[in-house]
Design a protein around this ligand. Structure first.
Ligand SMILES: [Zn+2]
Length: 285
């Protein structure tokens, strides 16, 4: 029959060492087994998904995008303390190590940030020091943290502002390149920043020569011209600039055609309507 042993029981250590000889250091730190004190919740307002791959702590860690139509989305929660499997090079075995959860979370979202303040900005004289990892600040992308399961309005708003600030900076940079350095702009458009730049333009509803909103088109069944999908009418060059109508009812509702313009076979109102009205007239007249 099995007996319940404490972890400090003289029988347990040799037994566990024997059973896990190659993989695990059985001298267990009690911190590894206790429940976390709290969770750091990660949220996002960005429509873009990110994958952080910085082993050993974050291995292809996927940070999901905020779905369309939602203001923000919960990404994950990080336990505090965060336990890490650490390889002991002397013994070749693994052991657990406890890290500060908040510090790990901020480092995950912006490895340039050595503080516990998501809004921390490197002083200009430090910019050169941090410049090698440009683009790795996910706070600027709209990811944010909260100690609560539901973030406060202030936390969401600050995240939106950080994202807007980043987008504005990208657009300003692209606009400058457009007039001073066309190849530079092309290089920017091809890279990761190009993806963000296009998102920035869409976010603010802006168009540029290199970025126009894409609208699905079809050939008009009447005149054969390319038209936007689901339009009720359009100005047709094939018809010498006249209106080409696909949906007469909508065209009349919009006021671009009169009821008298509607061809006989397209009339949606019955002939009995005026007759009925005549019948309802008082006979005394
Ligand atoms: Zn047409």
């Amino acid at each position: 029959m099995a007996t319940l042993h404490g972890l400090d029981d003289p029988e347990v250590q040799p037994l566990m060492q024997k059973m896990n000889a190659d993989s695990w250091d059985p001298r267990i730190d009690r911190n590894m087994l206790r429940p976390p004190e709290r969770y750091i919740y990660i949220f996002t307002v960005s429509p873009r998904e990110f994958i952080v791959d910085r082993p050993p702590l974050w291995i292809k860690f996927r940070l999901r995008a905020c779905p369309r139509g939602q203001r923000y989305a919960l990404v994950t929660r990080i336990p505090d303390p965060l336990m890490q499997k650490v390889h002991n090079t002397d013994t070749g075995k693994f052991r657990g190590e406890a890290h500060d959860g908040l510090r790990c979370t901020i480092d995950l979202l912006n490895p340039n940030n050595p503080t516990n303040d998501p809004d921390w900005n490197a002083a200009p004289e430090m910019a050169a020091y941090f410049s090698t990892s440009r683009g790795s600040d996910l706070f600027a992308q709209g990811l944010f943290i909260s100690l609560k399961e539901t973030p406060s309005e202030d936390e969401i708003r600050r995240a939106e502002l950080r994202r807007e600030r980043y987008y504005r900076a990208l657009m300003a940079q692209a606009d400058e390149l457009e007039v001073t350095d066309r190849p530079g702009l092309q290089a920017m458009l091809k890279g990761e920043e190009g993806t963000d730049l296009r998102m920035a333009l869409d976010y603010f509803g802006e168009q540029r020569e290199y970025h126009k909103p894409m609208v699905p088109t079809m050939d008009c069944p009447n005149c054969g011209e390319p038209i936007k999908k689901n339009v009720a009418f359009h100005k047709s060059t094939a018809l010498g600039g006249l209106l080409c109508v696909l949906d007469w009812r909508k065209a009349v509702m919009a006021g671009v055609k009169n009821k008298s313009d509607v061809p006989e076979e397209q009339r949606w109102w019955g002939e009995e309507a005026p007759v009925k009205r005549a019948a309802a007239r008082p006979r005394s007249s």
